[in-house]
Design a protein. Structure first.
Length: 104
């Protein structure tokens, strides 16, 4: 998580921790936007078959209203009180997603 925050800041983009969860148990949800417009959401999940973590696309569709994104995050918080939520506002989100998360 800290690596993602540093990378975003180093590229001149904006990153913020929206919700702090449990350091050891919390799932990680990333909301990606560009100039305030929602682009995508991703959650880091454990692949039990390989034992590795992977990113799954989750949440509202691209260009969703902020109320829809907020409602999604609120629902996830109710299901996982340990959840971490990062919001990234990135000038070129497609490149960041491809380099960091891979193809959703």
């Amino acid at each position: 998580m800290n690596g993602i925050l540093r990378r975003v800041a180093a590229n001149g983009d904006f990153a913020s921790v929206i919700r702090k969860g449990d350091r050891d148990r919390g799932a990680l949800l990333i909301l990606v936007s560009s100039r305030g417009r929602h682009v995508a959401g991703f959650e880091r999940v454990l692949d039990f078959a390989s034992g590795d973590y992977r990113w799954n696309a989750v949440g509202p569709a691209e260009s969703a209203e902020s109320t829809e994104v907020s409602a999604f995050v609120s629902g996830r918080e109710r299901l996982d009180p340990d959840l971490w939520v990062l919001e990234l506002d990135i000038a070129v989100p497609e490149r960041f997603i491809a380099e960091t998360i891979g193809s959703p």
